[in-house]
Ligand binder design. Structure first.
Ligand code: AMP
Ligand code: MG
Length: 493
């Protein structure tokens, strides 16, 4: 295998500045991606590249494949694998990037800083028993879902490219290998704090917290207690994020503390999925036997993870342990209220409400209970409410729904805004199209088993335009037939 080559004349326009690699050496391992045999481009995100100020159109297919496989490195890259830990299904483990390399932080022309990470790039000293590689279908899945989430207005890491490696990976069967290029505000996780406090103590955690404040929350430098302010800001961002997930019916699937980003972006798309029929107990992940990360438990798990985050900050919150604990507890106890505010505000938009009434929560709960009892499709039902006239559907002639509808209409008429403004608000907050699991599975199977990317490209075009009613997307809006329903998703790492 050829070793990594370094670019000399960089036509792509990388502007790397690797601030993480300037942190203490114990925070990461310095190493290169392991070159792959025969890389080929599967997906390239030109729109994202442009927004980053990268000119990937200047590359031939072969050059792009070598770059996004890590066979060739931009000369300003400073590749590292980050160290972190995590509570996985409640159990603490030392982890780290076992199959990912951070090439560095790219600075966009607007001055924003993004991690550029290759996922599936070979073994590192954090690989434990893993091969350091990734299979094609899960990488395509992350590409598709992360781009769909972005189009839905949900904070998320993005996907710049997927390349196949030309090497097989051994899972339950032999699968084609692939590498995903992930773009993130950063890859600092709750698990990063859990790792650093254990190996670096108070000094280590201060270094990391100061780094994060400087990088993600610069305004907090001025705060009376910047570390408490950091805790509160992370709580707010996570509450807002998880509320957004619930509002679109998203289930992350593996909310371990190593998969919760301090930036407030959705990260690590494994067995994630969107609900079809509304059921708060929905679980997709085949390994989530207890339903720990089921749809309705996500706010609770976010709070649990944030408590682990708060514990790592204790030495910084107050010199007296007792006081520090009290401050942390107060902040964490605030989470449900912050979450509820975000969720309720989002639900009001979904129902076209501009004003606030105390009975709104009850109005929403009644609708959701009805949806659950009638196994109504979550996305399609909300979108139907946003249409000028309800679809001629037996479901909407149900007596309980008719009664609810009258209550809702009365509620709408108690606000000054016009019906048309309500419809516009609803149409902007109730997507018509999202990545339906049966469509995702079908598209991934065609791409990964038969090398046919046409379904995936069509699906990607549909889900990155989620508020469109275009007739050609009809099939992407339609819920699955009982025979098409997906009941389980697999990590497939
Ligand atoms: P994930 O489930 O993707 O969040 O990964 C959890 C941990 O397992 C992380 O430390 C990963 O780097 C590691 N990991 C997952 N798959 C592999 C693999 N094939 N080889 C090495 N490490 C892996
Ligand atoms: Mg992970």
């Amino acid at each position: 295998m050829k070793p990594n080559r370094k670019y000399t004349n960089d036509s792509v326009g990388w502007r790397f500045d690797n601030s993480y690699a300037r942190l203490p050496e114990s925070f990461y391992a310095q190493l290169h991606p392991v070159p792959v045999r025969a890389p080929q481009v599967a997906m390239l995100n030109h729109a994202l590249a442009e927004s980053l100020g990268l000119n990937i159109r200047a590359l031939s297919d072969e050059e792009a494949a070598l770059l996004f496989a890590g066979n060739v490195l931009p000369d300003t890259a400073q590749p590292i694998a980050q160290a972190y830990a995590g509570h996985q299904y409640g159990h603490f483990t030392m982890l780290g990037d076992g199959r990912a390399i951070l090439l560095g932080e790219h600075l966009t022309p607007a001055g924003d800083r993004f991690d550029i990470q290759l996922k599936g790039s070979g073994q590192t000293r954090f690989s434990r028993r893993g091969d350091g590689r990734a299979a094609l279908a899960p990488m395509l899945r992350e590409y598709l879902i992360s781009e769909a989430m972005h189009a839905l207005g949900i904070p998320t890491t993005r996907s710049l490219a997927v390349v196949t490696t030309g090497e097989p990976v051994m899972r339950e069967t032999v699968l084609p290998g692939a590498i995903l290029t992930r773009v993130a505000a950063s890859h600092v996780r709750v698990g990063t704090f859990e790792y650093i406090v254990r190996i670096g103590g108070t000094e280590g955690i201060k270094t990391l917290a100061d780094y994060v404040i400087h990088r993600h929350y610069p305004a907090l430098v001025e705060a009376d207690n910047p570390y408490l302010a950091l805790l509160n800001r992370v709580i707010e961002r996570q509450a807002s994020l998880v509320a957004k997930w619930l509002l679109v019916g998203f289930i992350h699937g593996v909310m371990n503390t190593d998969n919760m980003a301090i930036s407030g972006e959705t990260i690590d798309y494994g067995p994630c999925a969107f609900m079809d029929a509304y059921d708060p107990d929905t679980v997709f992940s085949s390994i989530d036997q207890q339903g720990r990360y089921r749809y309705s438990n996500q706010p609770h798990m976010a709070q649990w993870n944030l408590a682990r985050f708060a514990e790592t900050l204790l030495p910084l919150l107050h010199p007296l342990q007792e006081k520090a604990v009290a401050l942390a507890e107060e902040a964490i106890h605030h989470f449900p209220a912050v979450f509820q505010d975000c969720w309720l505000a989002g639900m009001r938009k979904k129902l076209g409400l501009f004003t606030e009434e105390t009975e709104d929560s009850q109005l929403i709960e009644t609708l959701l209970t009805w949806m659950q009892q009638h196994q109504a499709d979550y996305t399609q039902s909300f979108r139907a409410l946003a249409s000028e006239a309800l679809p001629q559907d037996a479901l909407f002639r149900d007596a309980e729904f008719v009664e609810w509808h009258a209550r809702w209409q009365a509620r709408l008429s108690r606000q000054a805004e016009s019906r048309q403004s309500s419809v516009s608000l609803m149409r902007a907050h109730n997507p018509a199209i999202h990545p339906r699991n049966h469509r995702v599975e079908e598209a991934l199977a065609a791409a990964s088993e038969r090398g046919d990317y046409s379904l995936l490209q069509q699906l990607l075009a549909a889900v990155t335009n989620p508020y469109a009613d275009a007739p050609e997307y009809h099939d992407y809006r339609t819920p699955p037939e009982p025979s098409e329903r997906v009941y389980q998703t697999f990590c497939g790492t």
